[in-house]
Structure formats: C-alpha cells, structure tokens
Design a protein around this ligand. Structure first.
Ligand SMILES: NC(=O)c1ccc[n+]([C@@H]2O[C@H](COP(=O)([O-])OP(=O)(O)OC[C@H]3O[C@@H](n4cnc5c(N)ncnc54)[C@H](O)[C@@H]3O)[C@@H](O)[C@H]2O)c1
Length: 251
C-alpha cells in the first residue's frame, strides 16, 4: 500500500476525477475526506469506501467560500487526523469569450477553479508544517498551458493553478511539502457530459494523437504516484495526461 497512514482530503471528491482518486487513495491505505459542494455525492463515495473496508468521511463544502474551506480542514483533522495529502480538484468549466460572459460568471469560475486552491492550501499548510511535511496536488488542465477558444475564464484560472502549484512548491519545500499540478486533456467524466458522443469523437480524432478515451481512473493512478514516496523528490512540476495533445501540432 503506497499511502498507508496518510490522510487524504479530496475536493470535488463526489464525481469524476475526484471520486476516482478517493477510491484509489483508499485502496492504497489512506483515510479519505471526500469534500463536495453537493453532500449526497460525497456521501455515496464515502459509503462505498467504507463498504470496501476503508475509512472515509463526507464533507459538504463550497471550495470558493473561505468559511467552508476552514470547516472542511477542521473536520478532516478532527475526524481523520491532520491532512497529509490535499488534492485540490473541484472545478467548473464554463464556456465563453470575455465579451460573452458576465463579471459574475468570470468571478465564479476564478473563485471555484483558482481561489479555492489558495484558500485550501492556506488552511492546510500550517497543519502540514507542524506534522513535518505533506503533499499538495492540484488539478489544472491543458487549457492552462495553452488557452482554448471560447474558454477564457477557465483557461486563465487553470494557468493560475499551474503557477500557484509552483509557488507553493518553492515556498514550502524546506518544510518538506511537495506541490504538483496535474493537467488532464479530455477525460471521460460528467464534466463533459453535455458533449454529444459524435462531436466528442470527432474532436478527439482531430486533436488527440493517441486513440481512445482517457478515464478518471488513469488520472487517479497518476495522483497516487505523485502522492506516494516514489515521487518524494518531485515538486513544482506539471504532469500532462492528454493522449499527446500538447506534444505539438497534430495534423
Ligand atoms: N474532465 C476533463 O476533461 C477535465 C480536463 C481538464 C481538467 N479537468 C479538471 O478536473 C477537475 C475535476 O473535473 P471532473 O472532470 O472530474 O468533473 P466532475 O464535474 O465530474 O467533478 C467535479 C466535482 O467538483 C464539484 N464542485 C464543483 N464546484 C464546486 C465547489 N464550488 N465546491 C465544491 N465542489 C465543487 C462538483 O460537484 C463535482 O463533484 C476540475 O478541476 C476540472 O476543471 C477536467
């Protein structure tokens, strides 16, 4: 078991990449706090982990709200122990050019996708420092490396997550805290549920060099590796899992 004794807190743990990561962390021996805005989704994941013999709790939290985030970290520490692995993964993916979206929509995306990482890390870091170390993982996205059309706020937020991951890595390395960003390409999760299969397949055929759909479980396996001691000298890095999309122009 690669994460025995760890306490993992996963935001957006009720669905997609977050849920797959909760299951994977639990399989590797971690106690898991499943945080989600919709409590019922977090509860379903926590129940399944416990049914499989693991230890998990469900926490309702809106990661864009600092009071919710503080409560989320406090409950994790009180019920499972201080979080040693924080996976900032919750996110939304709104479409729109800057002339199409309102100021409120811009703020909502930046707050959920980027400010949340600042809020959670700021709360968890003192506990990790006190414990002598920890790991922070952040789900960014390939649109944070190269912007996508019609995705202005999202592309900006994910670019911010990438450099915030690096900032944390530099600022807390001497506290034995590692921070890395995962950049998924197109992952088959409910986030992409509105994409009709035919349009999705055409998009992937055109843009993704390797054929096939990438599952949330594959992202979770990468997260397990980055959280484990096997990655103990890896920090401040960006891990792209995109079937080759970022390799260059594919024609
Ligand atoms: N699916 C993809 O193709 C893809 C690609 C690149 C990056 N990502 C990123 O991966 C992460 C996970 O996405 P997913 O594909 O698993 O999507 P998903 O919709 O299946 O899961 C996202 C979860 O986050 C939760 N959430 C949303 N806003 C929240 C908030 N304010 N507070 C707490 N929880 C909140 C949702 O309820 C949901 O359970 C996101 O950050 C997303 O931007 C996804």
């Amino acid at each position: 078991m690669k994460l025995r004794g760890q306490v993992a807190l996963v935001t957006g743990g009720g669905s997609g990449i977050g849920a797959a990561s909760c299951f994977a962390f639990a399989r590797e021996g971690a106690r898991v706090a499943v945080a989600n805005r919709t409590l019922s989704k977090a509860e379903a994941v926590a129940r399944r982990i416990e049914a499989d013999g693991g230890r998990a709790i469900a926490i309702q939290a809106d990661v864009a709200q600092s009071a919710d985030v503080a409560r989320m970290i406090e409950r994790t520490a009180a019920e499972l122990g201080a979080p040693s692995l924080l996976f900032n993964n919750a996110g939304v993916s709104p479409a729109g050019r800057i002339t199409d979206i309102s100021e409120a929509e811009w703020d909502r995306c930046l707050n959920i996708d980027l400010k949340s990482v600042f809020l959670s890390a700021r709360c968890a870091l003192p506990l990790m420092i006190e414990a002598g170390g920890g790991v922070i993982l952040n789900t960014a996205g390939t649109f944070g490396l190269r912007a996508a059309s019609n995705k202005a706020a999202y592309s900006v937020a994910k670019a911010g997550v990438i450099n915030l991951s690096r900032s944390i890595a530099l600022d807390y390395a001497r506290d034995n805290i590692r921070s890395n960003a995962i950049c998924p390409g197109y992952i088959d999760t409910p986030l992409n549920g509105s994409f009709p299969p035919a349009a999705r397949d055409a998009f992937l055929y055109q843009h993704q060099p390797l054929r096939g759909l990438i599952s949330a479980d594959e992202v979770a396996e990468l997260a397990v590796y980055l959280a484990s001691d096997a990655a103990k000298m890896i920090t401040g890095q960006i891990f792209v899992l995109d079937g080759g999309q970022q390799a260059g122009l594919f024609a």
